[in-house]
Design a protein around this ligand. Structure first.
Ligand SMILES: *Cc1c(COP(=O)(O)O)cnc(C)c1O
Length: 375
């Protein structure tokens, strides 16, 4: 028998979450962001559930090829554009739309020989200072692209640094409006947090009236996590978990008061207590920094991790089950996040917050050695 750990993707939850975006931004087209192998879920495992999206957005050219190999004929957007001139040949061949965020990418396009002109998304750096043209350079970049025979349509794009938090997006929206208001072209601004929190805010520009604009780029909310946790929650935003990481107990220890658990003896029992040993550790992608107290479900009952996470195992407190008279032992189901067969649910956001990280990182980090359930 293989080691009992298993990851399961829930296609109907992906569909549900995509429909939630449709309800929130009915007039915008929705990019399903499937970078990082669909946030760790596996592009091929998600594709059918997400095929009613208007397009797929990602940044790895090999992932774009995988989506075309699934016979997707619709739009694919490279969120970081091309990395070197010869990538443009793949864009021509596979009809990939690509972001243009720097002068070099325009130079490469100008030298590219193609029968088919490209659709490009010109990116403004509206304040995040990661990718994109500065506001003062934006128009010149647009004019240069507009003069190229290699370019068909130019769309306008920016990305928010604080759509999930207290600083908000007003300063970036103002920068976007100032740089683009009288330029033609479709617009895309919103990531998940902006879809949930800001999509109805006004936006000045050709053909648009709200921030949802022509296209939204939805990533983490598709995967059932609230980007603004703990201010918001998946349940509060009507999102369902799309990935369950589950395992089983492979050992049980009876501790006496004063006994310790695991490396470094970081947990010590103050009363007699049963501890379960689950087959899941940091080599499976479970966060090593998850401290004592991190939530976990055993047999559908919420309890906590105790002691340090090790490479292949974690230890969990069985006293809530024992107190409630819920039988558990070797073979009992342990849900690290997601849905329990016994009916409970543990949001990945809670586990991430306890470990001092975000759900994005946990979902992307599920290790190659973890098998996925056939769906
Ligand atoms: C990853 C990414 C998104 C999606 O972000 P979420 O927070 O997961 O919704 C949108 N736009 C760009 C440019 C991205 O890189």
């Amino acid at each position: 028998m293989p080691r009992p750990i298993l990851a399961t993707v829930h296609p109907e939850a992906l569909q549900h979450n995509l429909n939630q975006a449709r309800l929130r931004v009915p007039d915008a087209r929705v990019w399903a962001v499937v970078k990082a192998n669909a946030y760790g879920h596996g592009i091929e495992r998600c594709f059918d559930a997400l095929r009613s999206a208007d397009g797929f957005a990602l940044l790895d050219l090999a992932e774009a090829e995988r989506i075309r190999a699934l016979d997707w004929r619709g739009p694919i957007l490279l969120l970081e554009g091309v990395f070197e001139p010869r990538d443009l040949e793949l864009c021509s061949r596979l009809h990939l739309w690509h972001t243009v965020h720097c002068t070099e990418q325009i130079d490469w396009l100008a030298a590219h020989k193609t029968q088919v002109p490209h659709r490009v998304f010109l990116k403004l750096n509206s304040g995040m200072n990661r990718l994109g043209f500065a506001p003062t350079a934006f128009r010149a970049a647009w004019a240069r692209l507009n003069a190229l025979p290699q370019v068909d349509e130019i769309s306008l794009m920016t990305h928010f640094s604080d759509a999930d938090g207290p600083r908000g997006i007003a300063h970036q929206v103002a920068a976007f409006e100032a740089a683009t208001a009288d330029l033609p072209g479709e617009r895309t601004l919103c990531n998940s947090a902006a879809i949930l929190r800001h999509a109805q805010s006004p936006l000045r520009g050709e053909g648009v009236s709200t921030l949802a604009a022509d296209w939204v780029r939805e990533g983490i909310a598709l995967y059932g996590s609230a980007p603004d946790f703990p201010a918001g929650s998946a349940a509060g935003w009507h999102l369902q978990p799309t990935l369950t990481l589950a395992s089983r107990l492979i050992g049980v220890q009876q501790l006496q008061a004063g006994d310790t658990v695991g490396y470094g003896s970081t947990f010590s029992a103050d009363t007699p207590l049963r501890v379960g040993v689950a087959a899941c550790g940091y080599a499976d992608g479970y966060p090593r920094h998850a401290p004592t107290g991190t939530p976990v479900l055993v047999g559908g009952v919420r309890t906590r991790v105790v002691g340090r996470v090790s490479m292949d195992m974690i230890t969990v407190d069985l006293s809530p089950l024992d107190a409630a008279g819920v039988p558990c032992g070797i073979g009992s189901e342990v849900v690290l996040w997601g849905r329990s067969a016994a009916g409970g649910m543990l949001p990945v956001d809670e586990v991430a917050a306890s470990a001092g990280t975000i759900a994005y990182e946990l979902l992307c980090a599920v290790a190659p050695r973890v098998p996925f359930a056939a769906s």
